[in-house]
Design a protein around this ligand. Structure first.
Ligand SMILES: [Zn+2]
Length: 280
């Protein structure tokens, strides 16, 4: 999965420091991050800003700190296209090698989105400022403290003997075109288990039992924390499709399920687990 970057270690503690040699900078724009794909790298912090100006500390992986760039973009002239530097959509982070750089890229991009969406206090309307010691924004007027938003979501593998329930999203709901599992946000006042039962029923009309938690996964593409569950069909296997969200929901046997196109998501890992292909 995208967060599985061993032997590298992700250090999420908010410990801002001045840039050192080897530290890297994420330059972001809507659905785009500036990088070199081969060999993968982000612009070096000391090359962009030797004194640390315009750099917002994000996190570290091993000894390497990652920053967001908060200055002007013409600075990119120092990183020419002839040397492989370019803008890429966030889709690249599903595949970028080494994987810890893909994880750094999408995690930093999510924080960039969050910073950009939280410039003013939602309570009193005054401009927010960066907190000194926390990864948070604070309001100097009313002391409102805003932390990065993470939405809980369930991913559900519904099994029926040798068959697994797989879906395709409707065109207007998601750009993801490969097989998916049942997925949905947890609502206020709801447990993760309640979300499993509700989402499966809403999307397919099916009832389930014997829920078993599998693993969780941070999924910065959508700002969610995903909780993966296996469960068994309870009762009829007749599907009533929720057509706003799904274009298809089908029961496939292990032999009929294709090998997933990438291994960044908990969805694809769970499909492989069901098929006996994980760990590979
Ligand atoms: Zn305020």
């Amino acid at each position: 999965m995208i967060q599985d970057i061993a032997p590298h270690l992700y250090h999420n503690a908010y410990l801002p420091r001045a840039p050192r040699e080897g530290d890297q900078v994420l330059l972001c724009r809507p659905n785009g991050v500036f990088l070199r794909e081969q060999p993968a790298a982000y612009p070096e912090a000391l090359r962009l800003s030797p004194n640390g100006e315009h750099l917002r500390y994000l996190f570290a992986i091993d000894e390497t700190a990652f920053y967001l760039w908060e200055g002007e973009l013409p600075v990119l002239d120092a990183f020419p296209a002839e040397e492989g530097w370019d803008w890429h959509t966030t889709e690249i982070f599903r595949f970028l090698e080494p994987r810890f750089l893909g994880f750094a890229g999408i995690t930093g991009y999510r924080l960039w989105l969050w910073y950009g969406s939280n410039r003013f206090c939602g309570r009193c309307g005054k401009p927010l400022v960066h907190h000194d010691t926390l990864r948070a924004l604070s309001c100097p007027e009313c002391s409102n403290l805003i932390f990065p938003t993470i939405s809980p979501c369930v991913i559900v593998a519904v099994t029926n003997g040798d068959r697994l329930l797989l879906t395709h999203y409707a065109a207007g709901h998601s750009n993801y075109r490969h097989y998916a599992l049942i997925a949905g946000y947890t609502e206020t006042g709801e447990s993760l288990e309640d979300s499993v039962h509700r989402e499966v029923f809403e999307e397919t009309g099916l009832r389930v039992k014997n829920l078993r938690f599998y693993k969780s996964q941070p999924w910065p593409f959508s700002g969610t924390i995903l909780a993966g569950f296996f469960c068994e069909l309870d009762g009829s296997d007749e599907i009533t499709l929720e057509k706003e969200e799904l274009s298809e929901a089908v029961w496939l046997t292990r032999d009929e399920i294709p090998v997933p196109n990438d291994h960044s998501s908990i969805t694809n890992e769970m499909i492989d687990v069901f098929c006996g292909r994980f760990p590979s």
